[in-house]
Ligand binder design. Structure first.
Ligand code: PLZ
Length: 459
């Protein structure tokens, strides 16, 4: 069956798609070809795999995705914060194509190659802190988190791990246990790994505006009473929580936790899988408060869409495991390493850290103007190109997940890819590729504004 008779994008000399940077709807969303594919998906793919917006993609680049029906949609999701450099970014295409022609796999732990070392060197250079560091590469974010926990346990000789309310760390058994939200991530998938404990987060909109130090003291007191520092290997935290609702902890929260970890021989692991690589207007979100984690987990934005993740951290901790204790068949695959080097090159050469900050200014102004006139927007928050609005019932401040779902669906129907998140399902997040033109970004936010306005007219 021929699925695609829409014109394929032309290529630049480097291979990146040169797609018209426009929102263009030629069918309803999803269109007939996408609906056909959804029927096949239901027959062929596990029902456990949910889909936010069932338009089937044939090309993507800049700030758009083009679907099988010929619609061009504005991308405000970046495949969940992955394609920071854009889809098929020219340097990435060129580097991966060259690597593809050289060799595709040897397994680094069988017969190594230099690009793995070069990625490790880049991560050691780019992550916060000037101390001696080491890195190790894996495939997915969850795998990086699993390994950070392995390493912290080995180094400390302790077992307990603390994660926070609203945390998201993955879908493997250990990382499901670290993740807070039951539906859809954990429901029916237990039992979960032992020695995982949860502590209260700083969530200024919903904790009465506790200051960061007070919120951290509350968490530390619970940890000391219920676990004891002498049993605690590590705490793991997202410096801005992603799936949990783009929750930015109050200033001082992270620093107070970090100081307590240092004083108690507890490894501080920052999960920067969603926040990392220019996304927040710094290379890493920890930089906002000068936080230097012991270990940092990265993935997503690291390799322009190829699967790669890493744990980077203090050399003494990272060198603790026995040789052969860390690894995996594909970790640091040569194609992914080539992609990562080209991706990092792109962030630096195209000044994408600054670009993310600019995107944050544009989005922040627009979203705050909307919020000023709309009490259903309980809060605008985030940093750089990682921003969100939390929708509430203006009378009670209670989360309004139903409104959130309707606004997202209406935006999808108008050709704007928006993602929801949040423990209460009432947060709309904005994660545009840093390659998006300003005009498209503003058009995407205008569609959101119209969807909100249509809802208030309907209410
Ligand atoms: N840590 C902070 O954001 C992945 C999940 C999408 P993997 N977030 C997107 C979904 O529904 O599965 C994530 C994250 C943080 C860890 C992870 C896990 O990364 O690459 O999905 O394993």
């Amino acid at each position: 069956m021929t699925l695609v008779d829409t014109p394929r994008p032309t290529s630049t000399p480097l291979g990146g798609p040169t797609l018209a940077q426009e929102r263009r709807l030629v069918t309803s969303i999803p269109g007939p070809k996408s609906r056909l594919l959804s029927e096949r998906k239901a027959q062929a793919v596990s029902a456990g795999v949910g889909i936010s917006l069932p338009v089937y993609v044939v090309a993507a680049g800049g700030g758009v995705l083009v679907d099988v029906d010929g619609n061009s949609l504005i991308d405000l999701g970046s495949g969940i914060a992955v394609t920071g450099v854009g889809n098929s970014a020219p340097r990435v295409v060129e580097a991966v194509a060259a690597q593809l022609a050289q060799f595709t796999h040897t397994c680094f732990t069988v017969a190594p190659y230099d690009s793995y070392i070069e990625v490790a060197e880049a991560l050691n250079r780019l992550t916060p802190g000037n101390h001696a560091k080491r890195s190790v590469l894996f495939n997915s974010g969850a795998e990086a988190v699993e390994n950070a926990v392995k390493i912290a346990r080995h180094f400390t000789g302790k077992q307990a791990i603390v994660a926070f309310d609203h945390a998201y760390h993955g879908r493997t058994n250990l990382t499901m246990g670290l993740t807070a939200k039951n539906q859809p991530y954990k429901n029916g998938f237990g039992p979960f790994a032992p020695e995982v404990y949860r502590a209260p987060m700083s969530y200024p909109l919903r904790d009465g505006g506790l200051d960061g130090v007070t919120a951290a003291t509350r968490a530390i007191s619970q940890i000391e009473k219920q676990i004891g520092a002498s049993n605690l290997a590590a705490i793991i935290i997202e410096p801005i929580q992603g799936e949990g609702g783009f929750i930015v902890p109050a200033p001082g929260f992270l620093a107070t936790l970090l100081a307590w970890c240092r004083a108690n021989e507890v490894v501080f692991i920052a999960d920067e899988i969603q926040t990392g690589f220019a996304r927040t207007g710094h290379m890493f979100a920890c930089e906002y408060e000068g936080i230097v984690p012991d270990l940092i987990c990265t993935a997503k934005g690291i390799a322009g869409g190829l699967p790669l993740s890493a744990v980077t951290g203090r050399a003494d901790i990272m060198d603790s495991p026995q040789a052969g204790g860390l690894g995996g068949t594909y970790g640091g695959n040569p194609l992914a390493c080539a992609a990562a080097l080209a991706t990092i090159d792109t962030y630096e050469a195209e000044h994408l850290v600054e670009r993310a900050a600019d995107i944050g200014t544009i989005m922040g102004e627009r979203l705050r103007a909307l919020a000023a006139a709309d009490p259903r927007i309980g809060e605008v928050r985030g940093r750089g190109a990682m921003m969100a609005i939390e929708l509430v019932d203006p009378a009670t401040g209670e989360p309004d997940a139903a409104l959130t779902g309707r606004v997202i669906a209406a935006s999808h129907a108008q050709g704007v890819i928006l993602l929801g998140c949040g423990t209460y399902g009432n947060v709309i997040r904005f994660l545009p590729p840093l390659s998006i033109p300003d005009a498209l970004l503003l058009e995407g936010l205008q569609v959101l504004a119209e969807a909100l306005a249509a809802e208030s007219a309907a209410a």
